[in-house]
Design a protein around this ligand. Structure first.
Ligand SMILES: *[C@@H]1O[C@H](CO)[C@@H](O)[C@H](O)[C@H]1NC(C)=O
Ligand SMILES: *[C@@H]1O[C@H](CO)[C@@H](O)[C@H](O)[C@H]1NC(C)=O
Ligand SMILES: *[C@@H]1O[C@H](CO)[C@@H](O)[C@H](O)[C@H]1NC(C)=O
Ligand SMILES: *[C@@H]1O[C@H](CO)[C@@H](O)[C@H](O)[C@H]1NC(C)=O
Ligand SMILES: *[C@@H]1O[C@H](CO)[C@@H](O)[C@H](O)[C@H]1NC(C)=O
Ligand SMILES: *[C@@H]1O[C@H](CO)[C@@H](O)[C@H](O)[C@H]1NC(C)=O
Ligand SMILES: *[C@@H]1O[C@H](CO)[C@@H](O)[C@H](O)[C@H]1NC(C)=O
Ligand SMILES: *[C@@H]1O[C@H](CO)[C@@H](O)[C@H](O)[C@H]1NC(C)=O
Length: 774
């Protein structure tokens, strides 16, 4: 098979995997989730007995002639209980009636949150903070659940980092290509997950000891990229073949990394993600970073979402979980990972831009976007033509125009620069590039309004991407001349690009499907063309002649934004050891920036002021987050109340939490707005009804004696009032509650956005709100 065929196969597989699972009576993997582990807090005594009981539970539903299925694919016992196993639909349904079982669901396949799978890209990494905090030793540990790691990358050197924290209980698993020495004081742990891990428990196969094959090594690059963005060591003079040259580093260079390889290029199975979360909590990480999610189309209910369930128990154990919000923007209701106990991250551009200039034979010059390492010069001009004019026989023009695989006549393509459109989004640009490259074209000009701001890495193949306006000018030129010619110059980089940041077009937008009474995403961070470590890419066509494979790559996606926030959280944790994960999240949110580098409000990619469904509280500002003044301490009780309001029965909540928690008397969905969250969302406010009041409690983490004054920034017609208007703190009163009243007399229908601000002479605590007027 050619690379093109291979890629196309993987591409088709991708759609198969993301389709709903077809139900039948053949056994398939299921996740059986059984709530909190009562021995969770460090006590591991009862697990053998519990495991036996769970095996008995399994054998009670699996007929004896199928006893070889009585084993665990994965077994969860540290922070929560449960397992995955091969079950028929019928067996699963019987198990679901069991008192101990909270939920049972077919093992879902989740996707890595890079943009459109192979469209990876560029730029400057790290958070521009740190210098004055350089010498604080960091014991913060980030668990990265991803595709593994390339430990030889210079980003994972451990020079100057202190001993591994003594509380660390993790392991460095070996494989044929991964030695104990692959771990160090930077990569302090590495695990991977073989499918047959727990099969030795099977009765009839008691002798069969399945060996796990594999290793924590990354063969995709995604995990290496996210881990080095979150916590990579400082590497000077890093670049992608000279582009984006500068210092590459994580949020805080001495932060430790623990690797949990739960994904491959095909995706990540939910049962393995749960296992990785369970392990990470047991190992002792402070933060879990996951650039993974369900497709928003299939994000089912809370009790069937492995990330939400795992993150809930991580939160119980004091671990902060940071997740990417997804790359399905710019439509509303596309954000995923939207449970309140996670930090959900949107992606923005940075102040760096990559252009590939197109020169036409008539002297016209256009700046397209792209990252191409081609060696063309002004003097290498080639004929330029439109895909539909070089269509193969019997191919619909619509397919040739979009450069579908097999739609072009290779004899007519050879030696030319081809123009393709993207009117049909089903074929990603990586495929289009391979289509014309396979036919020996000299270059590709892609017309794509949607993705034009997301520079695509085409390796050494000349490539440039333009919007509809420029695209039609190029097509007009082709149509108006007998022998149209063009060339595409290698990429050049613009630094200090303005305005920046801008909300990335692809970044998923709120509100979330889960509930409209929690504002999502929470924050925004850089996710377009991010420079970070990668695996050596030896693929033909990706390395310029005579060069060694680059140890760094430019990639885009909320996948790249998420580890920026994980790194920032580790930075805060390093300075404020005692802060809870809720405090860190609150600090990042209430101090986030809402203006760009020209001092104007942040915008989206169509130059409109961005709203909280695009950016959450705003772009993170780690330095400011060190001193937020006030924080919202969302508690485990808040989240149990959330379950009640969300509609989960008290009986199930008691199993989930292993407590005798009682739901509040009045548990309706609109009460979710009242949980003590660092932002406010009201999913429905009736114009004809009275006011809606939400309550919040803040904790003073600044100097003990402080007086905060409130102010409101609300759209016309929406009445927003805060009681009391002034809040005083002293040594003896660190916490204070306030109420916010919303009334919508004349506000326009749909979502209205704004912010309330509490400020003293040193701090500005900004709480964004979204109110849906009905
Ligand atoms: C950090 O420590 C080094 C050596 O101890 C010292 O030279 C340097 O000035 C310190 N940096 C800061 C910002 O305090
Ligand atoms: C089980 O394994 C042992 C040694 O590993 C071997 O001697 C024995 O024959 C095996 N039994 C079965 C039933 O395969
Ligand atoms: C950075 O690396 C390039 C080669 O990749 C080299 O030419 C250049 O001198 C280096 N610059 C510095 C400041 O080390
Ligand atoms: C550019 O690179 C290609 C592929 O590596 C090579 O075949 C070609 O000769 C080079 N052209 C020039 C003008 O250097
Ligand atoms: C090129 O010109 C022909 C005839 O003038 C017209 O039918 C066709 O739509 C034009 N194609 C493009 C891409 O503008
Ligand atoms: C974006 O909008 C602002 C005003 O809203 C305007 O001044 C600016 O020129 C616009 N920028 C672009 C690139 O259209
Ligand atoms: C930008 O925001 C405006 C106003 O909310 C909206 O109409 C437009 O669709 C948004 N553009 C993108 C690309 O999200
Ligand atoms: C049940 O609740 C009571 C008080 O409401 C508490 O004292 C007791 O410890 C709880 N029992 C369990 C098992 O959590």
């Amino acid at each position: 098979m050619t690379t093109l065929q291979q890629l196309y196969l993987v591409f088709c597989l991708f759609f198969l995997l993301t389709s709903p699972i077809i139900s039948n009576q053949n056994p398939q993997p299921y996740v059986i989730y059984m709530g909190s582990s009562s021995n969770g807090k460090g006590v591991h005594g009862a697990t053998a007995i519990a495991k036996l009981a769970h095996l008995q539970l399994l054998s009670s539903v699996i007929p004896s002639q199928d006893s070889e299925r009585i084993y665990f694919l994965h077994y969860y016992s540290h922070a929560f209980k449960g397992f995955s196993a091969m079950l028929t639909e019928n067996e699963a349904s019987i198990l679901s009636g069991h008192d101990e079982v909270v939920s049972i669901f077919p093992d879902p396949v989740l996707q890595l949150h890079t943009t459109r799978s192979w469209d990876f890209l560029e730029a400057a990494s790290g958070i521009q903070s740190n210098y004055e905090y350089q010498n604080i030793s960091s014991d913060a540990i980030i668990g990265v659940i991803d595709t593994g790691i390339w430990p030889e990358s210079p980003s994972f050197k451990d020079d100057g980092i202190g001993e591994i924290p003594s509380r660390w209980k993790g392991v460095c698993m070996e494989g044929s290509d991964f030695k104990k020495s692959s771990c160090n004081r930077k990569i302090i742990g590495a695990r991977y997950y073989g499918i047959k891990e727990f099969s030795v428990q099977s009765k009839s196969n008691s002798n069969k000891t399945h060996r796990m094959t594999g290793s924590p090594r990354d063969f995709d690059g995604h995990g290496t990229h996210t881990a080095s963005t979150a916590a990579g060591a400082t590497v000077g003079n890093a670049s992608y073949y000279g582009l984006a040259r500068g210092v590459a580093r994580g949020g805080y260079p001495s932060t430790r990394i623990a690797i949990y390889k739960a994904c491959s290029l095909e995706g990540c199975s939910g049962s393995v993600i749960l296992k990785a979360i369970d392990d990470a909590i047991k190992d002792g990480v402070d933060i879990i970073s996951m650039s993974i999610g369900m497709n928003f189309n299939f994000e089912s209910d809370l009790l069937h979402d492995p990330i939400a369930l795992g993150a809930f128990h991580a939160q119980e154990m004091g671990v902060l979980v940071v997740c990417s919000g997804g790359n399905d923007g710019p439509d509303p209701f596309t954000v995923v990972n939207s449970a309140p106990w996670m930090v959900t991250v949107a992606a923005s551009s940075i102040d760096r831009d990559f252009k590939s200039t197109i020169l036409l034979g008539n002297g016209k010059i256009f700046q397209g976007s792209g990252i191409s390492l081609s060696n063309l010069t002004r003097s290498n001009t080639y004929p330029i033509t439109f895909g539909e004019e070089v269509a193969s026989d019997f191919t619909p023009f619509s397919e040739a125009r979009n450069c579908f695989p097999g739609s072009l006549n290779s004899r007519k393509v050879e030696g030319k620069i081809i123009v393709c459109t993207s009117t049909d989004p089903s074929i990603p640009r990586a495929i289009k590039k391979l289509v014309v490259e396979d036919d020996k074209a000299k270059g590709l000009v892609l017309i794509d309004e949607a993705e034009k701001d997301l520079p695509f890495d085409s390796g050494i193949f000349p490539f440039s991407e333009v919007g509809n306006i420029v695209g039609s000018q190029i097509l007009n030129y082709i149509n108006s001349t007998k022998n149209p010619t063009a060339t595409i110059l290698p990429t050049t980089e613009t630094r200090r690009f303005k305005p920046a940041p801008i909300v990335a077009y692809f970044s998923s937008r709120g509100p979330g499907w889960l509930t409209q009474n929690i504002l999502k995403p929470d924050v925004m961070a850089p996710g377009v063309a991010i420079l970070a470590a990668t695996i050596p890419n030896k693929e033909e066509g990706s390395v310029p002649n005579g060069r060694k494979p680059s140890p760094f790559a430019l990639r885009s996606g909320t996948s790249m934004a998420c580890p920026h926030v994980s790194g920032a959280a580790a930075f805060i944790k390093s300075v404020h050891h005692k802060w809870s994960s809720a405090m860190i999240k609150s600090a990042l949110m209430t101090t986030a920036t809402v203006s760009n580098n020209i001092g104007r409000p942040l915008t989206n990619s169509s130059n409109h002021t961005s709203n909280p469904h695009e950016i959450g509280a705003g772009e993170i500002n780690p330095l400011k987050a060190l001193d937020p003044g006030l924080v919202f301490e969302t508690t485990p009780i808040d989240y149990l109340n959330f379950f009640c309001y969300y509609g989960i029965s008290q009986k199930k909540i008691r199993v989930i939490s292993q407590t005798n928690f009682s739901c509040p008397k009045h548990s309706s969905e609109d009460r979710i707005s009242n949980i003590n969250y660092p932002s406010i969302s009201i999913g429905k406010l009736d114009r004809n009804q009275g006011a809606k009041i939400v309550r919040r409690t803040v904790t003073n983490v600044g100097s003990p004696n402080a007086l905060y004054v409130s102010s409101v920034d609300a759209p016309p017609g929406l009445v927003v009032k805060i009681y009391p208007t002034k809040i005083a703190f002293s040594k003896n009163s660190r916490r204070a509650s306030f109420r916010v009243l919303f009334q919508s007399k004349e506000a326009s229908r749909g979502y209205n956005f704004g912010a309330i601000t509490l400020s003293d002479d040193r701090h500005v605590v900004r709480i964004v709100f979204a109110v849906n007027i009905d």
